[in-house]
Design a protein around this ligand. Sequence first.
Ligand SMILES: Cc1ncc(COP(=O)(O)O)c(C=O)c1O
Length: 464
Amino acid sequence: MGKSQSCNYNKYVNIAWICIIVILGNVYELVVAADQHPELSWSKRAAIEAESVASKSCSGHGRAYLDGLIVDDSGAPVCECNPCYEGPDCSQFIPTCSADAGSGDPYFLEPFWMKKAESSAVLVSGWHRLGYTYSDGSYISKALENEIRQLHDFVGNAVTKGRYILYGAGSAQLLSAAVYALSPQNSSSPAKVVASSPYFGLYKTQTEFFQSRAFEFAGEASTWKNKTNSTTQFIEFVTSPNNPDGKLKNPVLQGPNAKAIFDRAYYWPHYMPISAPADDDIMLFSVSKLTGHAGTRFGWAVVKDEAVYERMVSYIQENTMGISRDAQLRAFQLIKAILQGKGNGKEIFDFAYKTMSKRWERLSKTLSATSLFSIEKLGAQYCNFFHKVRHPSPAYAWLKCEREEDKDCNAVLEAANITGRKGSAFGAQDRFARLSLIRSQDDFDLLIDRLNKLAYEESGTRFM
Ligand SMILES: Cc1ncc(COP(=O)(O)O)c(C=O)c1O
């Protein structure tokens, strides 16, 4: 073999060795990867089904769900359209339809979760937690409790250190649990449950529904202001920020016989500057207004006093034997997705605050063009979460009808083809009405359209 031939031979051998090493490296990587991500087996069908239904196009005006009521010829769920849209793909707008600003369905957060599809999805095995309790014998997921505490620490909206936490089927169930826990156990006179108007209507309807020898609804808090020294116990619902007017409220009743339940469902950066961590005796929160998952029916209470906590726990145990483990799993995944999101969890609050403040800008501009309605302005405050001074961006607009003849403000809205909620549903006069601003973008856009039309027509009559 000549010298140059032997050089070429060595070169080819070296190249061959390099190729073998590279191939072996790749094979090794594949083996390791396969080991880390073994082929999915039983979860594959569920994942394919979930992705297939989620990918169904409903023209951006509706959604298909796995448990959809209506199925097409192939048995697959079909689009469920937003109000005012119809057709197989929800593409047809119904022009005569009423703009829905009635209930507080928090669909404004839906686009956020669609962007977080991967981190928020949860796949439940057929054998997930069949038993009544967790392995420690409790009804409460400790992993979820840790996340709830972490979330409050991160947002700075509530003190949880040294406080007890329990869960409810929505904060709605915890309202009842708290009333029960604060009511006298052996008294001949029932505790009077009060709230200052305008107040969330469920306080009245629920207390009246469950009324017992221990408690009864007694209406407006201020009418009892100088009567709290008697032997009667008072339980006051304090909603802060308030539904429907967005104000930060304090208890009206003071004294040894007056106790308060602080409903903090809206004390999140979405709606209100976070000025300090709340540290009330009983605080109620809910995923409904935090993540937008009202349908999950999951809320929690942060409680200072052990005896009150124990009484609330026994209420929940007697009532529903704890909260659905599936709902707890869902809440766990959602809060985990928040905390592990960009900015260590800031992303959902950026999204929610931006959406709500934009909606308020549009609503304020629209309302400034008419003298039919007024809204009380809420002052700006420093927000410790966003590190800036900002205005509140409440979940609802509390309208007052200004014309003398408009004693029923909701009727004025109805005549303009808008569904709101009348003032008397909040213990207030019907000269007021509430508009929900947390519904879908479709609902909000139509609401603004209808209000603009109303303002335009009114300005026409004003200058006639
Ligand atoms: C002030 C207030 N508290 C409690 C609730 C009930 O929330 P949940 O869905 O957690 O039962 C609502 C719902 O709109 C509310 O506005």
